[in-house]
Design a protein around this ligand. Structure first.
Ligand SMILES: Cc1ncc(COP(=O)(O)O)c(C=O)c1O
Length: 400
């Protein structure tokens, strides 16, 4: 199992680190983030890692990871407007992972493309190509594109994966390539196939052993089926006169599986750096819980029942208790099933006595989404606050 090696966080150390800081606050333990970055680079071996911005949502941290870890190269952004802002902020090699039909956002990218920045748009439909071609003509510039291949697997009675792109196999690409041949200012640079059902689905749940076995079985079958399609598609494109400069795959949960696909040239990761609770239960790796938030205890409603301010930071995706934040430290605290994490207050059951004003540390279910709730994030190192930096939200960046 790939493990991030770092000293496990201690409640007393964290309390002393954030002493005197106004609460609530969000934090990243940089010692743990470093351990996670090293573990990810090690797992990826010779493959460059593309950093998923949606899983960090903090310009300073994007800059930090790219500068400090040469294994990370380039960004995968989640919006064209975001890519434009990041390019203006000095970043280069930006792959926009989702298609856009918003003229304003495409236009915003043009000045950076004209000055030579590499910004690549995702496509899976001829209409997206036509819109990009129109903007390329207006901006008198070439625009690079990447094809999104859907890597979900359809088993009998079970769709395993997300419904991403309509392009599932080489022949599905024909209309797109026909249009591309007519769009003289567009250049096909890459292929992306995201095996989210392997990279993002926990497969080692402590209370669901049979279910976990079943998920691992599906993942194995799915990797075989989906990776063969990615390989075939790359070959099909080459034969059709579209040699690629990159093939992107993977996510935090699939690094060592994705690298077995001979067609892949780079792997995307982001969440593994923060390691939120949704990544706690994978059989093949364990990263350190680097990100979290701190709420103050503000009232005691009954013996052993307390409330903290804030906390209802529920993650996106299918609605389930695993999308709630979890009290992390001190140990033994639990949420109430009927209340969950609240909009203004979060109630906790505590086996030991808590003090009013006492900081309680929580972890979010997902990585970048936590920072949508905070303007700044405290970077901790060596048991101290090393720096306080702006989140995307603090920059005034909100894309969806
Ligand atoms: C296209 C794509 N690739 C890779 C990832 C993996 O990112 P992470 O490592 O944060 O799970 C994502 C996340 O949703 C994605 O959308």
């Amino acid at each position: 199992m790939a493990t991030a090696t770092a000293n496990p966080p201690r409640y007393e150390t964290y309390v002393s680190a954030i002493q005197g800081q106004p609460l609530p606050l969000a934090y990243i333990d940089m010692d743990l983030l470093d351990a996670n970055a090293q573990a990810l680079c090690q797992r990826a071996g010779p493959y460059p890692l593309r950093l998923a911005t949606k899983s960090l949502r903090c310009v300073s941290l994007l800059r930090y990871v790219l500068k400090r870890y040469p294994g990370f190269r380039g960004l995968m952004t989640y919006s064209a407007a975001e890519a434009a802002l990041l390019a203006e902020a000095g970043f280069n090699d930006l792959l926009i992972a989702y298609p856009t039909m918003e003229p304003r956002d495409i236009k915003a990218c043009l000045p950076s493309i004209q000055t030579g920045k590499r910004i690549i748009f995702m496509v899976d439909h001829p209409d997206q190509l036509r819109l990009l071609q129109k903007h390329a003509e207006a901006g008198v510039t070439t625009i690079s594109v990447c094809v999104d291949l859907d890597l979900s697997t359809h088993f009998p009675l079970l769709h395993f994966g997300v419904f991403r792109s309509p392009l599932r196999q080489p022949k599905d690409l024909v209309p797109l390539l026909d249009t591309l041949r007519q769009c003289h200012l567009l250049q096909l640079e890459g292929l992306m196939g995201y095996e989210g059902q392997i990279a993002g689905v926990p497969d080692h749940l402590p209370h669901s052993k049979i279910y976990s076995l079943f998920v691992r079985f599906l993942k194995k079958r799915s990797a075989k089926e989906a990776f063969a399609r990615r390989v075939e598609t790359v070959e099909f494109l080459r034969k059709a006169g579209f040699p690629l400069s990159f093939v992107n795959g993977g996510g935090t949960g699939s690094v060592d599986v994705t690298r077995r696909d001979p067609s892949v040239t780079e792997i995307t990761v982001g969440s593994g750096l923060y390691s939120p609770t949704l990544f706690d239960h994978f059989r093949d790796f364990k990263y350190a819980p680097a990100a979290g938030f701190v709420l103050p205890v503000v009232r005691q409603a009954r013996p052993h029942i307390y409330a903290c301010s804030g906390g209802g930071y529920i993650a996106s995706g299918p609605i389930h208790v695993d999308k709630q934040p979890q009290p992390f430290m001190p140990g033994g605290l639990t949420l109430f099933k009927i209340l969950g994490a609240g909009e203004v207050q979060t109630s906790l059951r505590a086996p030991e006595e808590l003090q009013l004003g006492q900081p309680i540390f929580f972890r979010h279910a997902k990585a970048g989404e936590l920072l949508e709730r905070f303007n700044e994030v405290h970077l901790l190192r060596g048991g101290k606050v090393e720096q306080v930096v702006k989140t995307y939200r603090g920059e005034g960046w909100c894309f969806f």
